[in-house]
Ligand binder design. Structure first.
Ligand code: MEV
Length: 311
């Protein structure tokens, strides 16, 4: 019986723009989702028959990436769904990781590719950022050109991404969850409509790409002051694209006085924000005072991995 887990993620820079092939930086975090999988008589999810409407990611993973006997799947998650912290990617990665394990051993790249495929099918449009981060863990730098520490190259229609391993310096991030669950697909579609229609939105996407390239360098120099400023600028550009919300803005504003920078993370529209800080307790208090749920995250963690059966 494979028991396989995969982490959630935070995006430091570049969400949404990465869907258009721009760069992005993300890290795995210490919130994990676990799948326990056995072969059964029917496909089941947490004791219920598989239903494509409620279990879209599981249904797509089984339909497109499994040819064995029906699967009985038990999912346990510490990543709130719709929180912007990568719960859907972690589900696809952990389940495909379990399937890979049943075929003889977890193939990280194969799992990342299949999980991207599942996410694209269900979400409608996606980048490989979330699924690569959940598969590989640590840090991920996606770029439009190949560089050092290349992990894999992904193509879809006219877009392509070079996915790199990115070393994770010792930085402290606080996540603030607004409590509002916002599915990614409609937000990605909204940005696409805006970008298709206006040159202004295309320029905003280009600028997010430039900020991200600069931020990836500042991350490796450990220049938290410059990195924080770039994160806050990125947030303001994402707000212009229409993916922030009053609740996210409240938490970002609350965190800024005690942080190097703060921004929404993930698709936005609700979900979560992150702050880069060396005063995590102060930031957590400020987030909680404005009605958010704070979490001081640990980074530099494993990607998809097999768990001990009783663990
Ligand atoms: C969602 O976590 C990140 C987005 O850029 C979508 C994607 O990359 O697939 C909004």
């Amino acid at each position: 019986m494979p028991v396989v887990s995969a982490p959630g993620k935070i995006i430091l820079l570049g969400e949404h723009a990465v869907v258009f092939g721009k760069p992005a930086v993300a890290m795995g975090i210490d919130m994990r989702l676990t799948c326990r999988v056995t072969e059964g008589r029917h496909n089941m999810v947490n004791g219920q028959p598989l239903n494509g409407r409620y279990h879209a990611y599981v249904a797509a993973a089984i339909r497109d990436h499994w040819s064995g006997r029906p699967l009985d799947i038990a999912i346990e998650s510490k990543i709130p769904s719709g929180s912007g912290l990568g719960s859907s990617a972690a589900l696809a990665v952990a389940l495909l990781g379990a399937m890979s394990q049943m075929r003889g051993g977890i193939d990280e790249e194969g799992v990342a590719r299949a999980a991207f495929d599942v996410e694209s099918t269900v979400q409608g449009r996606a980048s490989p950022l979330d699924t690569s981060t959940s598969s590989h863990g640590q840090g991920i730098f996606v770029d439009s050109v190949p560089g050092n520490d290349l992990l894999w190259h992904v193509k879809r229609d006219s877009r392509q991404w070079y996915v790199h391993h990115c070393p994770v310096p010792d930085l402290t991030f606080v996540v603030g969850f607004t409590g509002i669950r916002a599915p990614t697909g409609p937000l990605v579609a909204k940005v696409k409509r805006y970008v298709d229609r206006t040159r202004f939105a295309r320029e905003v996407v280009d600028e997010i790409g430039e900020i991200t390239t600069e931020g990836a360098k500042r991350l490796q120099d450990h220049d938290v002051v410059a990195l924080g400023k770039l994160m806050t600028r990125d947030h303001n550009l994402l707000a212009i694209l229409g993916v922030s919300s009053p609740e996210l803005q409240r938490l970002v504003d609350a965190a800024i006085p005690f942080s190097y920078g703060a921004k929404l993370t993930g698709a936005g529209g609700g979900g979560s924000m992150i702050a880069l800080t060396d005063r995590p307790e102060k930031v957590s208090e400020a987030i909680a005072r404005r009605g958010g749920v704070p979490h001081i995250v640990r980074t530099g963690i494993d990607g998809v991995r097999a768990e001990a059966i009783d663990g």
